[in-house]
Write a protein that binds this ligand. Structure first.
Ligand SMILES: CC(C)(COP(=O)(O)OP(=O)(O)OC[C@H]1O[C@@H](n2cnc3c(N)ncnc32)[C@H](O)[C@@H]1OP(=O)(O)O)[C@@H](O)C(=O)NCCC(=O)NCCS
Length: 129
């Protein structure tokens, strides 16, 4: 059974391992400074192993932002991301955020819309490109 936890503060090692599987890249040098700035984060655990992650970034006010939604390929299409997103929504609301934003590729519209996100026009610049 998968456990969904708010603010589990996974180690860099656990996050790196998940990142390599889910994103096929290493991710940030250290995750800890990112977690410390978040309004919340959500982890999905299979026993002691981190198999899913959602970060809720924050502007310090009423806006919170879902980033880095990912699930280990061996645990996909079982509702893990959906459970994490609902938990992230509850955490953001209970901590005072009034708007929860996310951007995503069109292929993932069903995932986010089934979790209650309404599509809006949004903008994005790839600053590293
Ligand atoms: C996207 C991702 C987080 C989905 O995780 P998941 O746990 O498999 O998602 P869920 O099981 O909660 O999916 C719920 C519904 O969302 C939709 N969905 C999920 N993954 C999808 C995909 N890859 N393509 C299209 N629809 C998808 C489906 O409608 C699914 O319901 P179904 O399985 O009954 O068809 C996972 O595939 C992942 O980590 N991908 C790589 C990282 C990534 O692209 N993250 C998205 C950042 S915006």
């Amino acid at each position: 059974m998968i456990r969904i936890l708010v603010d589990p503060f996974p180690s860099d090692e656990a996050l790196r391992s998940l990142w390599l599987k889910a994103w096929e890249r290493r991710g940030p040098g250290s995750f800890q400074s990112i977690l410390s700035r978040s309004l919340a984060h959500v982890g999905a655990y299979d026993d002691q192993t981190l198999v899913g992650f959602v970060n809720v970034a924050w502007d310090g006010g009423i806006h919170a932002f879902i980033v880095d939604t990912c699930v280990d390929p061996n645990h996909r299409r079982k509702g893990v991301a959906s459970q994490m997103l609902k938990t992230a929504e509850e955490a953001a609301r209970s901590r005072g955020a009034e708007w929860l934003h996310v951007d995503y590729e069109a292929r993932l519209a069903l995932l986010y819309e089934s979790c209650g996100f309404h599509p809006t026009p949004a903008g994005l610049i790839a600053l590293g490109a």
